[in-house]
Design a protein around this ligand. Structure first.
Ligand code: G6P
Length: 608
């Protein structure tokens, strides 16, 4: 989704803005632009397509001079991707420029009103109304004007605003869309997330909803909408700079796949003390935990797939019914949720609009919400009742890998922790789970060390038109993620099916050479999945099996098998997902796809 960056200091702003935008590319975008105050006027360059186009147009920013400016990567919502619809947007007389993340819901009404007063609009965007309204309402004080304009806007926004008349300030505002301020020496930044400015500063302020900031070279004033000053403590970001860089790898996705042992280790280790799971983040008493009669999981995309695994895990370990909902569906289905429901919300970014709104819906109905989030201080993290952070570090590739894995790790921690509180697991199982959980990073490393064999399989299987992923029970839950990973980055049509469901329709799609990836890690159902493999093979399928290395019978039926080390049933997805991620990565690489930024996709989907 859209990315914002802004700079005010003594250096030339354009190259810095382009550099910041480059760091935000992962969020997904289809056009980009920058606007600077050159001391006389506002100068702007915008271009449809990749940032490279804008870089060429501005000779890497060297053709634009000015030490204050704002930049934006746009992911089109209102109006197609084009030079004109790209941000920044200027007011009619080019006196004010605005970059915006979010959606202005009542923009048509405002646009009609301003058009009637003779104001000419250039773009089809909702954002342009903000620039035009500022100019229309301006009476000499920009902060007052912006506050007045905001009172008219419905929707969500993070805004960066500069003006022709004042080359010494940037105005920043936030409501529902994230925005941070980066603090430098005689220079300051704004950005939609820290990765954009991490190479420049680690000291930040996080703007909260309905806060407005006046940012100058050597001062930052933050206030509420009544202009009452707000004091904030400076936050120091602990993310390693190298975590937001490729560090010698060709793609972020590959780097992030390889980082998974560390990410899981960092997520579980601080929460296991003397063999006991300590989840201080959960504020609920044992009585409150026991009083819940249902668990409700809300998420989108891969985070939803974690939720599907969690359903199997929680029902088995906690003996409580679990419902998993796509957040976009939950919001509109009048769900049966109340104070007796425990809601768990899963989100890497903590900003996904549907997930956030679904969470609020659950809260309105009296449900206690625990969120599992990667981005510290994000909306879902701050607005949920309790938050358990995944310590995956910044995830840049659009297709998630390490965030998915660390979300699973948190689910396992929660299952052990709550199972103990509810008395549904005995001490022997408890110790075994903790022990196996701690071994996951090492076992994942062993699978990663064997990546060439998966690359080899990918080289023989990258030309398929369709791929089917099948599995039963927790293997089915994982097949959803395996299939999504492949289709989102390689553009190969792929589908996940519960293996027992094949014969009710999908099997008619199997023909000579169709690739079927059969997940067969779940020991109790091995015989059943072997039968399903035989069924598809009888119709010509080419089968790659994924199984534990203590079960060799799968080799007798599948053409190829990827073996993983055994572990407790419920932890198997953490291991089996690794070859599926690698397979998707290598296939996409062989097909020459834009792996880190697949077409049409965004990392963080902040619109409905
Ligand atoms: C996008 C991303 C997915 C992610 C989903 C939910 O579609 O491309 O990787 O799973 O959003 O995002 P969240 O930040 O809420 O986990």
């Amino acid at each position: 989704m859209c990315g914002i960056v802004g700079y005010i200091g003594y250096e030339q702003a354009a190259p810095l803005l382009l550099n910041g935008l480059e760091k935000l590319e992962y969020r997904g975008y289809d056009s980009a632009g920058i606007c600077l105050n050159n001391g006389e006027k506002l100068i702007v360059e915008k271009a449809k397509g990749k940032l490279e186009v804008l870089k060429k147009l501005t000779e890497n920013g060297t053709t634009l001079s000015g030490t204050v400016g704002i930049g934006h990567t746009r992911w089109a919502t209102h109006g197609e991707p084009s030079d004109i619809n790209a941000h920044p947007h200027l007011s009619e007389s080019r006196r004010f420029a605005v970059v915006h993340n979010g959606i202005i819901e009542n923009y048509i009404q405002i646009k009609e009103e301003l058009s009637k007063r003779g104001i000419q609009f250039l773009s089809k965007t909702d954002t342009e109304v903000i620039a035009q309204l500022i100019e229309y309402d301006y009476q000499g004080n920009l902060v007052d004007t912006v506050i007045k304009v905001l009172s008219r806007l419905e929707g969500s926004y993070a805004l960066g605003i500069i003006s022709k008349d004042n080359p010494d300030e940037i105005i920043a505002v936030r409501k529902e869309s994230p925005l941070i301020i980066g603090l430098g020496e005689n220079e300051n930044y704004i950005a939609s997330d820290v990765t954009a400015i991490l190479t420049k500063t680690r000291k930040i302020y996080r703007l909260e909803n309905n806060e407005i900031a006046v940012i100058k070279r050597d001062s930052i004033d933050i206030m509420d909408m009544d202009k009452k000053a707000i004091h904030k403590d400076v936050e120091t970001v602990s993310w390693d700079i190298s975590a937001a860089e490729k560090g010698g790898y060709k793609h972020f996705m590959f780097k992030e796949i390889m980082e998974q042992p560390k990410a899981i280790h960092d997520t579980i280790t601080p929460r296991i003390k003397d063999g006991r799971v300590v989840l201080n983040e959960i504020q609920l008493t044992d009585e409150q935990l026991k009083a819940f009669n249902k668990i409700n999981i809300l998420a989108c995309g891969s985070a939803y797939h974690v939720g599907v695994v969690a359903k199997y895990v929680f029902e088995k370990v906690l003996r409580k019914p679990v419902e998993v909902d796509l957040a976009s569906e939950f919001r509109y289905r009048d769900p049966i949720v109340d104070e007796k429901t425990l809601t768990i919300v899963i989100s890497q970014s903590g900003e996904t609009a549907d997930t956030k709104e679904a969470m609020k819906e659950a809260q309105r109905r009296g449900s206690h919400v625990i969120s599992i989030v990667n981005v510290v201080g994000s909306a879902i993290a701050t607005e949920s009742d309790d938050v358990i952070y995944t310590w995956a570090g910044p995830e840049i590739a659009v297709a998630t890998t390490k965030a998915y894995s660390t979300q699973l790790a948190v689910i396992y921690l929660m299952a052990i922790y709550m199972g103990d509180k509810l008395g549904t697991i005995n001490s022997e199982a408890y110790s075994q789970y903790v022990d196996e959980l701690q071994q996951l990073p090492e076992k994942i490393t062993a699978i990663l060390n064997n990546k060439e064999s998966i690359q080899n399989l990918a080289s023989k299987n990258f030309n398929n038109r369709d791929v089917f992923f099948i599995g039963r029970n927790i293997d089915y839950a994982l097949s959803l993620e395996g299939s999504l990973k492949l289709k989102e980055i390689s553009y190969i049509h792929s589908e996940a099916y519960a293996a027992g469901e094949l014969k009710h329709g999908t099997i008619s799609l199997i023909e000579q050479g169709t690739l079927v990836i059969a997940l067969a890690t779940h020991e109790a159902l091995l015989g059943k999945i072997i039968s399903n493999i035989q069924e598809v093979q009888a119709r010509g399928a080419n089968v790659i099996g994924v199984a534990c290395d203590n079960r060799s019978e799968i080799s007798e039926v599948a053409q190829n098998v990827i073996f993983i080390p055994p572990t407790c049933d419920m932890f198997l997805p953490s291991l089996a997902v690794i070859p599926l991620q690698l397979f998707a990565y290598y296939v996409a690489s062989l097909k020459g796809c834009d792996i880190d930024k697949p077409r049409n996709l965004a990392k963080s989907v902040t619109v409905e």
